[in-house]
Write a protein that binds this ligand. Structure first.
Ligand SMILES: Cc1cc2nc3c(=O)[nH]c(=O)nc-3n(C[C@H](O)[C@H](O)[C@H](O)COP(=O)(O)OP(=O)(O)OC[C@H]3O[C@@H](n4cnc5c(N)ncnc54)[C@H](O)[C@@H]3O)c2cc1C
Length: 380
């Protein structure tokens, strides 16, 4: 389906990412996934393309402009490497970048931001706690002021990139109950009182690491508070909209993997005397997948257009996320059926995508929470 908003500049950006995925990632993606990590040099190669610099000022190595379409293009094209863990390993820093640029002190930005944007160092956002991720308002980690330091106590879990990141943006309670009362802190990984442990044996996203972080009287300088006291979380709410838009775009890219690999297989595989692509049942599966891809793509294009017009279509972003992950669940299942036994073997994109549907349906705001938020945005 044609993309009405694909300007020359965006098409060129897409071509650059597509080429990078084909040459630098796809030949090695499954090996890295099995090994549980990507070489750090890849972070720097990708950083050099400017992909972490959308919305970041040029003095910190950013592009100096933002473009929601390019955010979608980046996520969608990267997803077509077929190993979500590789994409998560490289892009995990994305959700901490905007908060650092918008809310961190000048000193912190001067010291760290360029290294993160250019891929030399990693950063993570730590909101989810062992006690729960959906109910952020119930956050238990605390930060108490002691002289000119904040003392953080508590724990975070499922933190993407957490085993390798040198910098963290951490939510902690500084005030009363609820979403107000939560502040954000910049924590260096070598701060005394900070420690971490990996989450292992995951269903997918093997090439990326997720960590449980521990804060045991972890003292950070007072100036490491990011943004306004008690309103830190509220100040980064928009960040979650971009994260969700990105996750929807990853789902779109993965759906395209399902469709492309299904077509390729169905053309070459013969059953009952003819190529599978000639069987009507298979053709209908292809049609259904293709329709869901078109709908998701049009939905995301429209959301990006709204953002470009200056709107923030929160309800649509939430709806697009669960729409996209449900559509992906369908496509992954149909693609597996088309590939049959061959799809069940490791080392093909469909097998990988099938295992990685759920992390998109749960992470960054689960399908249930997205539905709730969308309906609330509708004033109900
Ligand atoms: C691979 C991976 C990477 C992640 N990376 C990060 C990261 O970098 N940083 C970070 O902060 N977090 C991260 N997360 C955490 C993620 O955001 C949470 O898993 C998510 O928000 C859900 O929280 P939970 O797992 O604690 O589920 P819970 O909040 O315990 O919910 C469990 C289930 O119940 C449902 N549920 C909860 N409340 C309701 C309700 N009221 N009505 C109906 N259903 C409900 C939820 O939708 C969910 O399906 C990551 C998670 C994964 C799996």
């Amino acid at each position: 389906m044609k993309r009405p908003f694909e300007t020359e500049e965006r098409a060129a950006f897409r071509a650059v990412i597509k080429n990078f995925v084909e040459k630098e990632i796809r030949p090695y993606a499954f090996d890295w996934d099995e090994a549980g990590a990507v070489p750090w040099a890849l972070h720097e190669k990708l950083g050099a393309l400017g992909v972490f610099g959308l919305g970041i000022d040029e003095r910190y190595g950013g592009l100096g402009f933002d473009d929601p379409f390019m955010r979608v293009i980046y996520a969608e094209e990267m997803a077509q490497c077929g190993a979500g863990g590789v994409q998560a390993a490289l892009g995990g820093r994305g959700i901490s970048l905007d908060p650092i640029e918008k809310l961190a002190s000048q000193d912190i930005k001067d010291r760290c931001l360029k290294d993160i944007v250019q891929g030399r160092k990693g950063s993570s956002l730590g909101i989810t706690e062992p006690g729960g991720g959906s109910d952020v308002a119930n956050m238990k980690t605390t930060a108490k002021l002691d002289g000119n330091h904040w003392v953080i106590n508590g724990s975070k879990t499922f933190i993407t990139g957490g085993m390798e990141s040198e910098y963290f943006v951490i939510g902690a309670r500084t005030g009363g109950p609820g979403l107000t009362g939560i502040s954000l802190f910049f924590v260096d990984a070598d701060t005394p009182g900070f420690s971490r442990a990996p989450l292992t044996k995951k269903m997918g996203w093997w090439a990326s690491n997720q960590a449980t972080l521990f804060f045991d009287d972890c003292r950070v300088p007072a100036e490491n508070m990011m943004g306004q006291r008690d309103y830190g979380f509220i100040q980064i709410v928009n960040n979650f909209n971009y994260e969700r838009l990105g996750l929807s775009a990853i789902a779109l890219g993965m759906m395209k993997v399902c469709l492309d690999d299904s077509i390729e297989w169905a053309k070459q595989r013969e059953t009952f005397g003819k190529p599978m692509i000639k069987h009507q049942v298979i053709r209908h599966k292809i049609a259904d997948m293709s329709a869901k891809i078109d709908a998701t793509q049009a939905y995301l294009d429209n959301i990006c257009w709204s953002i470009e017009q200056g709107d923030l279509p929160v309800a649509e972003i939430c709806k697009s996320k669960f729409f996209a992950t449900k559509a992906l669940e369908f496509c992954a299942s149909e693609a597996m059926q088309i590939l049959g036994g061959a799809g069940y073997l490791r080392g093909n994109r469909v097998e990988n995508v099938y295992r990685e549907v759920k992390v998109l349906a749960i992470g960054g705001g689960s399908e249930e929470i997205m539905r709730d938020l969308a309906v609330r945005q509708m004033g109900l």
